[in-house]
Design a protein around this ligand. Structure first.
Ligand code: GLC
Length: 463
């Protein structure tokens, strides 16, 4: 048994903007089931709903160094579904209109990381392992090695750093390292945080962690290459001995109570689409960004809509895609719906009603939508990359094996042909289609196996 502290910038159900928040929301329970003692620490954002906020208790007030300054830290605690959560309060940093994209993000997350370490003695359990996630918490291993090597207890702490998305690295001016982090010169050169004349927090995580992981085995290989490496592939190659890929899991699905056709009609009614119990529903839920393959979709969406299908897109993101979709909608009022405010009950209904789920990602560290869709009896059409490659098995017309449809190149017409193939199978060979759906529903995406891998990693680090 190890005492694990997960430190991250978001966690469901308190605050979540994407997959990271979902993983931090579900991984602790899975680790606990493995016998680990787990706690989670996140910033106390003003956006956390009042229902949770009112249950938090302030357990300690302290100050943490930030360069030459001392900054206030309010340490709050809440036990939720058997897991202990800690919230780092400082309104100057976390009472903002949004979690990220503030002018001083570098300072905000340097503060959060330093505060997390300062707060350790006040937690119920002093951790054996600190498990950090993405750039927002990537400087924790660096701080441990730079400032805490002579501090009783802290010397023994091991660190795991998990990359959920290599694209977002937290790159800030050099003054953040000198003025706010107080780092010695040998941490600020190219062996350390230096990155094209600036400082790169993601780099700190990669260099100073004890174990480095990412969220699928395929992505762990891909990020060593220039195409996926986001200018860090050389560094990742250098540290590949401590790198491994551990696939994310998801919580078990709610049982479906109605038939696909009933859900289809329910969705059509809710979104004002023509009633049709037969035509397949193609869906996509997620951020409308280049990562998610929006460029491929926009290139061939008119041709997809020529098929006898209905298409539903839920998400939001770059305005450019929303405007393009609005134009397509104008020409296809009876076949397409685009919903740009995320509503959980609508997402659930879309998954339940869908037959085909699109995920033509440019890159995909793990991907969660395809797993949820499969559990709801929708077959994914996905690009063979990252976690998509590790979770979707391509349908093989010879043997009938497979639980979805894959294409390999980032090419809009490969996407189109793959969608056309899937729709043909749906109409022309209902028995084969039913088998694909059954195999999709049968895939095991539970956390147990992956949580076991994390546990083994923690144990290995502790020797
Ligand atoms: C990021 C990645 C996504 C992954 C998620 C959780 O959002 O883009 O692929 O599933 O993190 O690890």
């Amino acid at each position: 048994m190890s005492r694990i502290l997960l430190v991250a910038s978001e966690s469901a159900p308190f605050i979540k903007t994407g997959g990271l928040g979902e993983v931090i929301g579900s991984l602790p329970k899975a680790l606990k089931a493995q016998g680990e003692q787990v706690a989670v620490m996140i910033p106390d954002y003003i956006q956390i709903p009042e229902e949770y906020r009112e249950k938090m208790t302030l357990i300690q007030e302290l100050v943490t160094p930030l360069g030459w300054r001392q900054q206030y830290v309010g340490l709050k605690k809440l036990v939720h579904e058997g897991i202990t959560y800690y919230f780092v309060d400082n309104e100057q940093y976390f009472k903002r209109d949004w979690l990220y994209g503030q002018y001083d993000d570098g300072e905000r997350f340097v503060f959060f990381c330093r505060a997390a370490l300062t707060a350790l003695p006040y937690l119920d359990e002093f951790p054996d392992v600190i498990h950090c996630h993405d750039w927002q918490t990537a400087v924790i291993p660096l701080f441990l090695q730079s400032f805490y090597q002579d501090v009783e207890g802290y010397q023994d702490i091991k660190t795991v750093f998990t990359i959920h998305n290599l694209k977002f690295q937290g790159v800030f001016p050099r003054v953040v390292g000198t003025d706010l982090m107080n780092l010695p010169e040998d941490r600020l050169n190219n062996e350390g945080l230096e990155f094209y004349g600036k400082l790169n927090f993601m780099k700190a995580g990669i260099v100073y962690c004890d174990a480095l992981t990412t969220v699928s085995p395929t992505y762990a290989e891909e990020i060593k290459t220039p195409f996926y490496g986001e200018n860090l592939h050389g560094l990742i190659q250098k540290y590949e001995d401590k790198l491994s890929g551990i696939l994310n899991g998801i919580d078990p699905p709610e049982k479906l109570v109605k038939t696909k056709a009933e859900y289809r009609n329910q969705l059509q009614e809710r979104l004002g689409l023509p009633f049709n119990s037969k035509c397949p529903i193609i869906s996509m839920i997620g951020r409308f960004t280049a990562q998610k393959g929006m460029d491929l979709i926009m290139r061939v969406i008119d041709e997809i809509l020529l098929l006898d299908v209905q298409m539903v897109m839920l998400g939001g993101g770059e305005a450019m895609y929303e405007w393009m979709l609005r134009e397509v909608l104008w020409h296809n009022p009876s076949k397409l719906r685009v919903h740009t405010t995320y509503e959980q009950d609508l997402a659930d209904l879309i998954y339940s009603a869908s037959d085909i789920y699109l995920m033509p990602s440019l890159y995909e560290p793990c991907g969660i939508g395809q797993m949820i869709a499969m559990q709801h009896g929708a077959a994914p059409v996905a690009r063979e990359t990252g976690g998509l490659k590790d979770t979707v098995a391509a349908y093989d017309p010879e043997t009938g094996a497979g639980n979805g449809f894959l294409f390999s190149n980032f090419n809009a017409h490969e996407l189109l042909y793959t969608v056309q193939n899937a729709v043909s199978l749906y109409y022309d060979d209902p028995a084969a289609w039913a088998r694909v759906v059954k195999q999709a529903e049968a895939a095991d995406f539970s956390w147990a196996d992956s949580a076991g891998r994390y546990k083994a990693l923690y144990e290995q680090l502790r020797g």
